[in-house]
Write a protein that binds this ligand. Structure first.
Ligand code: CA
Ligand code: CA
Ligand code: CA
Ligand code: CA
Length: 322
C-alpha cells in the first residue's frame, strides 16, 4: 500500500512539473538514456540502423533564442557501451526550415531517402575525446523562426539527427531543449516528439519506463513493433479504457516482434501510457531497445516527451504485484 501511495504521489508531481520540462528522454518516461551505435555496430546489441531522429516543437508565440543541449555526446568514458577498443564517431545535426519535419522520410527514418530534409543549422562530430564526457554540449542559439512552421503544432519544429559515422561502440546520451546556453532551463510550452525511439532500459528491476504515443481521433487500431527486447519483462497498455491487463508482444535477442491492438473511443485524442516493466528474475542489464507504433494506415504515431491528454489523472496505475 505504501508503495502504491508513493508512486501515485510521484505521478502527481511529475504531472505538475512536466508542463515545463523538455529533457529527452522525458521526466515522465523514466528512461535513463537514448542509444545510438557506431555505423559498424552489431545490431544484436540493440540498435537496428545506427541513427536516431528527435523533433522539438516551440510555440509560435515564443521568440527568445533556444538551444539544443546534449549530455555526454562523446563515445567513451562514462555511460557509453564499449565494444573492443573505443573507436566510434557520432554526428549530431540540427535542421529547421521547410520540410525538416514534414518530409515523411524524416518521420520514417528512411536512411537512403530524405531523412535529413530541411535546412542544416548546425552539425558537429564527437568521438572518444573526453572533453565532453559526462558533460553537456550546447548547440545554438537558434531563433525559433528557423524551425519549420507547422499549424498542426502551433509553432516551429526543429529536428536533431544523431548518427553513427564509424566504429562499433554504443553512444548513450540525453538531450535538453533549453532557453539558456549554459544550463537546462525550459522553453515554456515546448516539447519533444519522435516516431521511432531507441533507448536503454534501467538495470533496476523496480524501475518502470514509459512511452506516451499520441492517439488522434482517426486511429482505430495500432500495430507496435519492437526490436531486441531480450524478453525483458512486459509492455503493458494503460489508458482511460485499459487498466493494464493487456500487454504488447516482445521478443528475444535481436528479434523483431509486432502486435496489433484495438483503440477504444476514450483513448482518442489522448496518450496511451505504455509501461515497460522489467523481468523480475532475468537479471537483464544494458538492455538497448527499439520501438515504434503505426496506425491502421501504416503511418507512424508520435510519442511525446510530455504526455498529452487526461489519461494520468483517471487511470489507476499501480506498481503492486512485483
Ligand atoms: Ca561518455
Ligand atoms: Ca569499439
Ligand atoms: Ca555518449
Ligand atoms: Ca536489447
Amino acid at each position: 500500500m505504501l508503495k502504491k501511495v508513493t508512486f501515485s504521489l510521484l505521478i502527481l508531481l511529475a504531472g505538475m512539473t512536466a508542463v515545463l520540462a523538455q529533457p529527452v528522454p522525458g521526466l515522465d518516461e523514466n528512461i535513463p538514456h537514448l542509444v545510438t551505435f557506431g555505423s559498424d555496430g552489431d545490431i544484436t546489441w540493440g540498435d537496428d540502423n545506427f541513427c536516431q531522429i528527435i523533433f522539438f516543437k516551440i510555440p509560435q508565440s515564443y521568440s527568445d533564442p533556444v538551444y539544443i543541449r546534449v549530455f555526454d555526446p562523446d563515445t567513451g568514458g562514462s555511460i557509453d557501451e564499449q565494444k573492443g577498443d573505443w573507436n566510434t564517431t557520432m554526428s549530431y545535426s540540427i535542421f529547421g526550415g521547410k520540410s525538416a519535419w514534414s518530409d515523411k522520410d524524416a518521420q520514417d527514418m528512411v536512411l537512403d531517402g530524405n531523412y535529413d530534409s530541411g535546412t542544416l543549422l548546425a552539425s558537429k562530430e564527437f568521438d572518444l575525446s573526453p572533453k565532453y564526457d559526462g558533460k553537456w554540449y550546447t548547440f545554438g542559439p537558434f531563433n525559433p523562426s528557423e524551425g519549420e512552421l507547422r499549424d498542426e503544432f502551433g509553432g516551429y519544429v526543429f529536428k536533431i539527427i544523431i548518427e553513427g559515422i564509424s566504429g562499433d561502440d554504443g553512444n548513450l546520451y540525453n538531450l535538453y531543449l533549453s532557453n539558456h546556453p549554459d544550463r537546462n532551463h525550459d522553453v515554456e510550452g515546448a516539447s519533444a516528439f519522435y516516431y521511432k525511439y531507441k533507448f536503454r532500459l534501467h538495470d533496476d528491476i523496480h524501475e518502470v519506463a514509459h512511452i506516451y504515443p499520441h492517439i488522434d481521433e482517426n486511429v482505430v487500431s495500432i500495430k507496435q513493433t519492437n526490436f531486441d527486447w531480450d524478453n525483458d519483462g512486459r509492455i503493458q497498455i494503460v489508458s482511460l479504457a485499459r487498466p493494464g491487463d493487456e500487454t504488447m508482444k516482445i521478443g528475444g535477442d535481436s528479434e523483431w516482434v509486432s502486435s496489433t491492438h484495438k483503440i477504444y473511443d476514450e483513448e482518442k485524442t489522448n496518450s496511451l501510457d505504455l509501461q515497460m516493466i522489467k523481468s523480475q528474475t532475468g537479471n537483464i542489464r544494458n538492455n538497448n531497445v527499439v520501438i515504434f507504433l503505426e496506425n491502421q494506415y501504416g503511418e507512424k504515431l508520435p510519442f511525446f516527451s510530455i504526455p498529452i491528454g487526461e489519461y494520468k489523472y483517471k487511470s489507476s496505475i499501480s506498481v503492486e504485484g512485483f
